[in-house]
Write a protein that binds this ligand. Structure first.
Ligand code: RP5
Length: 171
């Protein structure tokens, strides 16, 4: 299992538009930093429904273990993935229009029972958490990745404690 995870892409990241790239930078950076191989695609559930459907339908057979789908506005991409595949799907709602991402959040999170999407927060912070959530899922079968996740968490802790040490304390 462990070697399978290291040999080929195990995360499929699909974004609904090229315009979503900036918001997703942290997702890709986090996957890279944890050494998780991924495939990145740009497909839309509304503008390229046939291509998106084919991608999701074949993802598991292609070796993918977790799908991350990011879209803005009436975001249907994560739901489309979850309806076509039995893989765990993580949805990232993006702020792309006048509603600041609330539209995408509700479209992504309010799935009907039977078709689950694990929805993270709106935008770039959610994008980082999507990568970390995918990593936690994969780490269930990959002790090396679990170790890297532990180090990542320790790094976060050290950063906060260093910041705390750098400010004056009231006595
Ligand atoms: C969504 O519509 C995309 O995910 C993007 O967030 C938004 C706007 O897309 P573009 O018009 O910039 O291609 O489907």
């Amino acid at each position: 299992m462990s070697s399978e995870i290291h040999d080929k892409p195990v995360v499929l990241v699909v974004q609904g538009s090229a315009s979503d790239s900036e918001a997703l930078a942290g997702c890709f950076r986090t996957l890279d930093s944890l050494g998780i191989p991924y495939v990145r695609r740009i497909l839309s559930a509304h503008r390229t429904p046939a291509e998106a459907d084919a991608l999701f339908a074949s993802a598991e057979a292609d070796g993918v273990r977790v799908i991350i789908a990011a879209a803005g506005l009436a975001a249907h991409l994560a739901g489309a993935a979850a309806s076509r595949s039995l893989l765990p799907v993580i949805g990232i709602p993006l702020a792309a229009g006048t509603l600041g991402g609330l539209d995408a959040l509700l479209s992504t999170v309010q799935m009907p029972p039977g078709v689950p999407v694990a929805t993270v927060g709106i935008g770039e912070h959610g994008a980082v958490n999507a990568a970390l959530l995918a990593a936690r899922i994969l780490a269930l079968g990959d002790p090396d990745l679990r170790h890297r996740l532990t180090e990542h968490r320790e790094g976060q802790r050290a950063k906060v404690l260093a910041a705390d040490a750098g400010v004056g304390r009231q006595t």
